[in-house]
Write a protein that binds this ligand. Structure first.
Ligand SMILES: Cc1cc2nc3c(=O)[nH]c(=O)nc-3n(C[C@H](O)[C@H](O)[C@H](O)COP(=O)(O)O)c2cc1C
Length: 146
């Protein structure tokens, strides 16, 4: 059975709730999961499946809790060729850099050799009052690809 490491980046809680919702849905399918809110590179398995769920803050920036992991990966450039991952972003299209955080994270993981599973999901919180809804629809398609 696949084990999935969920990594959540959130400032005000919305992305964290989405990550928790997706974890629940994956567990209901019998998948084994671990959800990390303050992930450190040393604590992450460098193989298997990751699911990154992050909002964007500042001007297209990562939430504070995800920034250290991003910087650790960017400076160490670990070999992530044994990692496959999903990417979910929350943002607001009125900002110039819509979903900038997940786009940055996605690009960095690919630079390290990780392979994305399926398309990146970018949820516009102005269009979706309940971001768990589009996330739940997306995960139904994603999980058949893993
Ligand atoms: C100060 C601030 C800056 C933001 N900057 C961006 C941005 O640059 N790009 C974007 O797409 N969304 C931006 N957003 C929207 C947030 O990503 C969105 O509200 C999200 O739902 C917050 O999720 P969270 O509660 O997990 O942090 C910003 C929101 C705030 C409050």
């Amino acid at each position: 059975m696949a084990a999935i490491t969920l990594i959540s980046g959130s400032t005000l809680g919305s992305a964290e709730y989405v990550a928790e919702h997706l974890e629940t849905l994956l567990q209901q399918d019998g998948l084994t999961t671990a959800l990390l809110h303050d992930p450190e590179l040393d604590a992450l398995p460098l193989s298997g499946i990751w699911l990154v769920v992050t909002s964007t803050h500042g001007a297209g920036e990562l939430p504070d809790n995800l920034q250290p992991l991003y910087e650790a990966i960017a400076s160490q450039l670990p070999d992530l060729s044994a990692v496959r991952y999903g990417a979910v972003g929350l943002g607001n299209h009125e900002y110039d850099l819509f979903c900038g955080a997940i786009r940055q994270f996605d690009a960095l993981l690919q630079r390290c050799g990780a392979q994305r599973i399926g398309d990146r999901l970018e949820i516009d919180v102005l269009q979706h009052e309940i971001p768990e809804d589009p996330a739940g629809e997306w995960i139904a398609g994603w999980k058949v690809l893993i």
